[in-house]
Design a protein around this ligand. Structure first.
Ligand code: EPZ
Length: 427
């Protein structure tokens, strides 16, 4: 078993560089399936969701070459239609992107139902609505989703709710659909724009990404392209909150400050100091924080993927804060772990009432999902005493070299590997 062991109470001080965006990378990698030729992708984060995606693509016959630590070449020219390993696909939500890309290339796809963080109900009805509108038949049998189209034809798709995954999958299927597809009520996250920019660099004709109406004019062919993935908005936000929570002073490099606006504004509102530069952002903590209310919304609102981290910071704010999770049904499972450390939080459905306490204390806790893992890490950094975090595989799905990065800015954190007979320090 592997754990992170954190001795809390030390301010984070120094500089940290953000990696490529997980939620862009896990869509852009499968998007290379649509290209007739090799693609070179830069700023690819070294995280387990990327490794799983590359394993699935390699099993299909994609030729993958590591050019350096963060740059890879992918050639899908000789891709085969082979079954995707069920146990790999169910490890992450992003395996759903093989539906749109394989449908766009081969006019058919058969993909295991995706998995990923347990955040409550996560249906795929809007993905299926988009595929159906473009002329594909969809069925779910034996844990597999099958989509098939004689021909993909442009359509006017109106999503019933804002969904990142279905917006991306609709683009994947529409880029080769004859005619002009209009996607309404589209998601506007930075990674939506990044995926659209990558597809356009391959020769697609997509307009309006980043707004709630995306237009896609289908093309005959897409070509290999070179592309650099954007920095990870949520990793950057996680370090911003960690710097504020530990009352530290951290320069966070390789960011797009505009993507961080909702987090910057919330941190400034409660009393942290944020200095914005061209491609970096400095967060300076304060000795005390004011209560506030946070409501997660689709971009450009406060990101749901930052909700657990922000709630953790608010456990030490003065007064009572209110956190409303409007995207997922059950994204407060980590609160039980924070309560073990002395947090005073009441959860009622999609609302958490956070009563500020004087301090947290270290305890044995679990990472219940990716961002919940980030939350208990931040809690461990600010708690009195030692925190041991189990199930750290959740964290390693989406954060590259988290232990090294935290140690480089002063955190007392080690990764320990526990076997039946011994304990080793991995880092
Ligand atoms: C993506 O998940 C991200 N994952 C999530 O990040 C992120 O929290 C989420 O977008 C929202 O920003 C990846 O990009 C791999 P959605 P996704 O479709 O696409 C409902 C992280 O921590 N919905 O925007 O699955 C859904 O249940 C992860 O990095 C439908 O009802 O999210 C949810 O309530 C966690 N029907 C809401 O929409 C559908 O067909 C938003 O989901 C699809 C979604």
């Amino acid at each position: 078993m592997e754990k992170f062991v954190i001795k809390g109470g030390k301010p984070l001080l120094g500089e940290v560089t953000i990696s490529g965006a997980k939620n862009a990378a896990v869509a852009i990698l499968p998007a290379t399936i649509l290209a007739d030729g090799p693609c070179i992708l830069e700023n690819v984060p070294s995280i387990s969701d990327v490794s799983i995606t590359l394993q699935i693509m390699s099993d299909m016959g994609a030729k993958i070459r590591n050019i350096n630590k963060t740059t890879i070449e992918i050639d899908t020219t000789h891709l085969m239609q082979v079954p995707i390993a069920y146990d790999l696909a169910r490890k992450m939500r992003a395996s759903s992107y093989f539906l749109g890309t394989l449908l766009g290339r081969f006019k058919k796809a058969c993909v295991p139902m995706p998995g990923g963080c347990n955040l409550g109900d996560r249906p795929l009805d809007q993905h299926i609505k988009a595929f159906d509108a473009l002329g594909a038949d969809c069925k779910i049998e034996h844990g597999m989703i099958e989509v098939h189209a004689e021909k993909l034809t442009a359509s006017h798709i109106y999503f019933d709710k804002v969904t990142v995954g279905a917006t991306i999958n609709a683009m994947f299927a529409a880029v080769k659909a004859e005619g002009l597809t209009i996607i309404e009520n589209a998601a506007k996250e930075p990674h939506i724009v990044d995926v659209a920019n990558f597809l356009n660099s391959m020769g697609a004709d997509i307009m309006g990404a980043g707004t709630d109406v995306i237009k896609v004019r289908g093309v005959e062919k897409l070509y290999g392209a070179n592309y650099a993935i954007i920095p990870d908005q949520i990793e950057a936000g996680t370090f911003m909150v960690a710097a504020a929570a530990t009352r530290g002073n951290v320069l966070i490099k390789n960011v797009i400050p505009k993507h961080l606006d909702p987090i910057t504004l919330k941190l400034e509102k409660i009393g942290a100091k944020v200095v914005i530069n061209d491609d970096s952002i400095r967060v300076i903590g304060s000795d005390c924080y004011e209560k506030t209310s946070v409501k997660t919304m689709p971009h450009p609102g406060f990101p749901t993927d930052m909700q657990p981290q922000m709630t953790t910071l608010l456990t030490l704010a003065n007064g009572t804060s209110i956190v409303t999770e409007s995207i997922f049904d059950n994204r407060f499972r980590y609160v039980d772990e924070l309560r073990r450390m002395g947090a005073d939080i009441l959860v009622d459905g999609k609302v958490a009432v956070v009563q500020g306490v004087e301090y947290l204390t270290g305890a044995p806790v679990k990472a219940t999902d990716l961002r919940a893992g980030a939350a208990v890490m931040i809690a461990g950094l600010i708690a009195r005493g030692t925190t041991e975090i189990e199930d750290i595989y959740h964290i390693e799905r989406g954060y590259e070299n988290m232990v090294e990065k935290l140690r480089s800015i002063g955190a007392d954190i080690t990764k320990k590997i526990y076997s039946d007979v011994s304990v080793q320090e991995a880092l």
